[in-house]
Design a protein around this ligand. Sequence first.
Ligand code: GTP
Ligand code: MG
Length: 138
Amino acid sequence: TERTLVLIKPDGVARNLTGTILGRIETKGYTLVDLKLMSATRELLEEHYAEHVGKPFYEPLVEFMLSGPIVAAVFEGQRVIEGFRSLAGSTEPTAAAPGTIRGDFGRDWGLKVQQNLVHGSDSAESAAREIGIWFSAS
Ligand code: GTP
Ligand code: MG
């Protein structure tokens, strides 16, 4: 069975949406297998967002992810990687479909980064890599 890394980004935690977001994932039928509230470091984010280093939104993204606590979670289930990305909705919260996490709770705040509440791994390889980054030896 498959696992994915879910992050509730600082906007989601600050808006007290942690329980609601975790609840949606559980209600869908996926099983929570690890969970913590933590603050990221620049080093951790550089690893996590390695594919985006150098892009125009990279620095605002890192600043945003450093702006407050993050909830890191691992969920398990058949096809959970695809299933969670479907629950999350498309990257841009204005365009994300209603019924999705980003579509129901997100909007454009006029900032330099998409504050879009959640992250989910996009492949089995990413999930293994990202779970290792966020849950290494802790
Ligand atoms: P994650 O689940 O967070 O990885 O979202 P994603 O897979 O839908 O997006 P992607 O991995 O491409 O980008 C990571 C994050 O960078 C996004 O969630 C946004 O917060 C931000 N981001 C991505 N693309 C853009 C962009 O074109 N402009 C801005 N301002 N932010 C972006
Ligand atoms: Mg991504």
